[in-house]
Every structure is written in structure tokens, then in C-alpha cells.
Design a protein around this ligand. Structure first.
Ligand code: CAA
Length: 381
């Protein structure tokens, strides 16, 4: 087991990403939120530090970093800009099925461009009528010679339109339930179409769209794993990728604490800094304790991935980290707004944005109700 504190290399990495986040990403965060633009400039700054390849194995041009280090990246970016952190969380989500399940040919074709920052990926599991109940998906993949013909539609797809590759789950055998799902890597240029841009509460710099599969022809070679293995691949991936959302939630919560701390020292009431009031100190301490607990759960789940999950704990650990961290981010940002009073409710401070961005961490990659269900099912097995 990795020590529960960070290694010197992880600390060094954290300091480097923190400097980048504070100097380059934080100053842009309010504008990204206000305009809804995809933060390409932030992505380029990250590319200059080789960050897009962080989780990709060295054999495919990446740095092959451990999962704690990958979590640190998302956490430090989320601390200042949720939308920028989501680029890395969603690229990890879409590359995990390729890294863990795809043929050598697919890995060699699609991973190096992602590592070089020339390509990005989206993960297409949910549908309009199949979100929590992912196995109820209706999208079809019908074999036709050396190709599959994909039809249907995928909903709530993060970075749809921006991404170059789409990991799509569709049914090759509809009557077989979850065992009838297969997984494919689909290139944008194979004929994907995109629905309208969703107008969301937060994460404004990350486009969310429907991905429309209207007779899209995909080579058989682009199938990931065997026919019928898709649902397992989807779940295996989410067990791991949920640590990315947990890290994002921890980062957002930490960002709220940073802002609240600064405000408490500056703001005066009743003749003293409000930091002197014990009632507010207790609020801040609770925010910090919850966030640190969420961070440790996140790093533990990451360490389990790196160890190969020898005792089968990861499903629960990943769901626990994501659920606890998401709920923490929501509670901590809400308290952060409260600590700033009227100012917290305005766009003059980043807390209202953090509170809006935090909300989605309780919803995507499985709602926190689904996470509780996953945990309870394992406990009662
Ligand atoms: N790892 C590997 N296999 C797993 C697994 C896991 N963690 N969990 C389940 N499976 C396998 C089971 O073993 C079973 O296989 P067999 O039939 O071969 O035994 C099969 O999957 C079906 O399992 P269940 O009966 O448990 O499936 P279920 O229909 O009851 O659903 C669920 C389980 C946990 C509720 C699942 O549907 C789920 O996780 N739902 C939430 C979906 C989700 O997280 N969506 C997020 C979309 S991605 C996103 O949000 C990103 C974005 O871009 C916005």
C-alpha cells in the first residue's frame, strides 16, 4: 500500500500544477464561466507541461503516472476552474476502456494523439431514457460484414463536439440485457452528429450535447473487447474514473475553503475580523475536515487502482470516494457562500460559481444515490 501521505514526487508535481493553476488558469475562470467558451488556452498551458498524457502508458507516448498523481492534477485544476479540470477527468474516462480493454491496434492508433494533446475523447453511455439504469440503453450496433452500423442517441455527453473520439456503448444483442452491450471507439468523422448545447447550471466551459448515431459505420476492428463485454467494460471503467470526479469535488471544496479563509481574515464586523468569531471558525474547521476526509478516500481508491485491486475493494472505494467527495463539495461550497454573506451570492467572488460547479459532482458518473446503491449492494452480498 502506498503511504497515505504523498511521495516527494507527488508533492513536487502538486506544487508545479498548483503554480500553473494559480498563475494561468485561475485568472481565466470567471470569464470561461461567463462566456461558456471551451478553455483551449488553458488546455495549451497544460499541454506545455505534458499533462494530457499523464495517465497514458509510456508505451503509447504518455507519462504513465500513478492514479494518485492523476487525481492531484484534476484536484489542483478544479480548485480554481471546474471546467478546465473536467477536460482531464473526461479524457481519463474515455481512455480507460482503451487502456484496459482494447486491442493493440486501437491503443496504438488512438492513445498517442491524446497523449500529444492533438485529440480528446468522450464517453457515451447515458441515453435520454437510460441514465442511472444504464443497461436499459436502446442504441444498437448491427454487424454488417467488416463493420457495425450504429444507430440511436447518447445523452449528456461531456465535451461532445470538441472531442475527436467517442467511446460508445450500444447493444449488439438487445434481448440479452447487460450481456448484450458492446463497446466501440467511434471517430467524430465517421458520421457523428451533435445535438444542441445544453444550458447548464455550472461547468459552463465544458460543452454537453447529445451524440446522434444515425447509421454510423464503424470498423469491426474498432470494437473494444468482445461482443457482449461492453457493460462490464463500462462498469469497470466507472469504478476507476469515479476517482477523477472525486478529485474534482475535493478540488472545488478546497477552492471554496481558500476563498472563505481569505475573506474571513479581511472582512470586519463588530470591530474585528470575522475570522475571530468562533461560530465561523467552527464552520471553516468542519469544511476543512470534511474535505480532507474526502481527499483521503479519493487517494485511497486511486492507490487501489495502482495496486491492481487485489482484494476486490475498488468498486466500493470508488463509489464511496465519489459520493462522499461530491456531497462534501456541495456542502462546503454552500457553507462557503454563507461565510461570505451577500458577497458570496454575487459574481464578484468565485464561490457562487464553485457552488454551481459542485452540484454536478453529485450527478455525473452515476448519481450519488447510485453510488450508495453500489456500496450497499456490495455490503449485503
Ligand atoms: N465491474 C465489472 N462488472 C460489473 C460491475 C463492476 N463494477 N458492476 C456490475 N458489473 C457486471 C455484473 O457482474 C453483471 O455481469 P453478469 O451479468 O455477467 O454477471 C452486469 O455487469 C450487470 O450488473 P448488474 O446486474 O449489477 O447491473 P444493473 O443493471 O443492476 O446496474 C448499476 C448496475 C450499478 C446501477 C449501473 O447501471 C450503474 O452504474 N448505473 C449508473 C450509470 C452511470 O454511472 N452513468 C454515468 C455515465 S458517464 C458520465 O456521466 C460521464 C459524462 O460524460 C457526463
Amino acid at each position: 500500500m502506498q503511504p497515505i501521505t504523498l511521495t516527494p514526487e507527488q508533492r513536487e508535481f502538486r506544487a508545479a500544477v498548483r503554480a500553473l493553476a494559480e498563475e494561468r488558469i485561475a485568472p481565466r475562470a470567471a470569464e470561461v464561466d461567463a462566456t461558456g467558451e471551451f478553455p483551449w488556452d488553458n488546455f495549451k498551458d497544460c499541454l506545455a507541461m505534458d499533462l494530457p498524457g499523464l495517465g497514458i502508458p509510456e508505451a503509447y507516448g504518455g507519462s504513465g503516472a500513478d492514479h494518485v498523481t492523476q487525481a492531484i492534477l484534476v484536484e489542483e485544476l478544479a480548485r480554481v476552474c471546474g471546467s478546465t479540470s473536467l477536460i482531464f477527468a473526461v479524457n481519463a474516462l474515455s481512455t480507460l476502456p482503451i487502456i484496459n480493454w482494447a486491442s493493440e491496434e486501437i491503443k496504438a492508433r488512438y492513445l498517442p494523439p491524446i497523449a500529444r494533446g492533438e485529440s480528446q475523447g468522450s464517453y457515451c453511455l447515458s441515453e435520454a431514457d437510460a441514465g442511472s439504469d444504464a443497461a436499459a440503453m436502446k442504441a444498437r450496433a448491427v454487424r454488417d460484414g467488416d463493420e457495425y452500423v450504429l444507430s440511436g442517441s447518447k445523452y449528456w455527453i461531456t465535451n461532445a463536439g470538441v472531442s475527436d473520439i467517442y467511446v460508445v456503448f450500444a447493444k449488439t444483442e438487445p434481448e440479452a440485457g447487460p450481456r448484450g452491450v458492446s463497446c466501440f471507439v467511434v471517430e467524430k468523422d465517421m458520421g457523428l452528429r451533435f445535438g444542441k448545447l445544453e444550458k447548464k447550471l455550472g461547468m459552463h466551459g465544458s460543452p454537453t450535447r447529445e451524440v446522434i448515431l444515425d447509421g454510423v459505420r464503424v470498423p469491426v476492428a474498432n470494437r473494444v473487447g468482445e461482443e457482449g463485454q461492453g457493460f462490464r467494460i463500462a462498469m469497470h471503467t466507472l469504478d476507476r474514473s469515479r476517482t477523477g470526479i472525486a478529485a474534482q469535488a475535493v478540488g472545488i471544496a478546497q477552492g471554496a475553503i481558500d476563498v472563505a479563509k481569505g475573506y474571513m481574515r479581511e472582512r470586519k464586523a463588530f470591530g474585528q475580523a470575522i475570522a475571530e468569531f468562533q461560530g465561523l471558525q467552527f464552520m471553516l474547521a468542519d469544511m476543512a475536515m470534511r474535505t480532507e476526509a474526502a481527499r483521503l478516500l479519493t487517494y485511497k481508491a486511486c492507490a487501489l487502482i495502482d495496486e491492481g485491486d487485489p482484494d476486490g475493494e475498488l468498486t466500493v472505494a470508488g463509489a464511496t470516494a465519489k459520493c462522499f467527495a461530491g456531497d462534501t463539495a456541495m456542502a462546503v461550497t454552500t457553507d462557503g457562500v454563507q461565510l461570505l454573506g451577500g458577497y458570496g451570492y454575487t459574481q464578484d467572488f468565485p464561490l457562487e460559481r464553485m457552488m454551481r460547479d459542485a452540484k454536478i459532482t453529485q450527478i455525473y458518473e452515476g448519481t450519488n444515490q447510485i453510488q450508495r446503491m453500489v456500496v450497499a449492494r456490495q455490503l449485503l452480498k
